[in-house]
Design a protein around this ligand. Structure first.
Ligand code: T3D
Length: 262
């Protein structure tokens, strides 16, 4: 049987592809477990300094596989699947101490859309679309969607998208600030790979601290956020990459960041 997740190691970064193309890469328990393992490995490997997440075939991800016996059937407890799989996945993506780029190569529906929004930088193929499909089947948006989407697009648009479940084109998603950029279909993977390869050469610890700062800003008031910035800056200032960044600037040369913490 085909693996549900494909992992390709590159110099300094890793590409992870959801790989159930005939089901638009919708999630089964098995795919969740394989993705969790791939992300944990990427997180633990110091040689991996950036991650690219994408999908195989014509879709990015259609959310939960609605026929998966693990979560379908009479009177299912969907909270169990959220607890076991989706919530840890979103926490893992947000907490990964390296940048995660998502290349949305086709439709991203249900949890598939919200998983993309949990990544740091989202590129989408021009033909891709985003669908908050949950309400269409009587469910509540999950995978952090009710948290992320209103912050990305504002309450009015988030409510409309979630209550109506209408598809949003990649162009509109970019216009509305849901994603970083829309790219021609043929250029998507080339551009996404170049971006991740670039991020893999950047000050990895500094980028991890930047992620922490943005995470903190969601709940902190200004005072707490200022204190957090101070603490994170203190740590960033002690990294070899800061010393290298300043030296390179002074010497008018390109920096050679290692991503090391000390
Ligand atoms: O349940 C829990 O554990 C709780 C967690 C829930 C999280 C969620 O994500 S809930 C939301 C689940 N997702 C959906 O409701 C989306 C369902 N899919 C669609 O609405 C459409 O497939 C799309 C709009 C995404 C794409 O439409 P289209 O016309 O491009 O493709 P298609 O023909 O509908 O799909 C292609 C095949 O993939 C098709 O199979 P077939 O007919 O060729 O054998 C279709 O059944 C299958 N497929 C698509 N999405 C799913 C799926 N099979 C299982 N589960 C899916 N989610």
């Amino acid at each position: 049987m085909e693996p549900t997740i494909l992992v390709t190691r590159h110099a300094g970064w890793v590409e992870i592809a959801l790989n159930r193309p005939d089901r638009l890469n919708s999630f089964t328990g098995e795919m969740h477990r394989a993705l969790a393992a791939a992300l944990a490995e990427a997180g633990a490997d110091e040689g991996v300094r950036a991650v690219l997440l994408t999908g195989s075939g014509r879709g990015f991800c259609a959310g939960q596989d609605l026929s998966d016996p693990e979560t379908s059937g009479e009177n299912p407890d969907l909270g169990l699947a959220i607890d076991k799989y989706y919530n840890p996945l979103i926490r893992r993506l947000r907490g990964l101490e390296k940048p995660v780029v998502c290349a949305v190569n086709g439709v991203a529906a249900g949890a598939g859309a919200n998983i993309a929004f949990a990544c740091d930088i989202v590129l989408a193929a021009r033909s891709a679309k985003f669908i908050q499909a949950f309400a269409k089947i009587g469910l509540v948006p999950d995978s952090g969607g009710t948290f992320t989407l209103p912050r990305l697009v504002g309450d009015a648009r988030a409510r409309g998208l979630m209550m109506l479940g209408e598809p949003v084109s990649a162009e509109k998603a970019a216009d509305w600030g849901m994603i970083w950029k829309v790219v021609d279909d043929a250029s998507l993977m080339g551009e996404a790979r170049a971006l991740v390869a670039h991020l893999a050469t950047q000050p990895t610890r500094g980028l991890a601290l930047l992620k922490k700062a943005l995470e903190g800003s969601v709940t902190n008031d200004l005072d707490a956020q200022l204190d957090l910035e101070r603490d994170l800056q203190r740590e960033a200032g002690r990294t070899p990459d800061y010393a290298e960044g300043v030296a390179a600037f002074m010497e008018k040369r390109a920096p050679n960041f290692t991503g090391r913490t000390s």
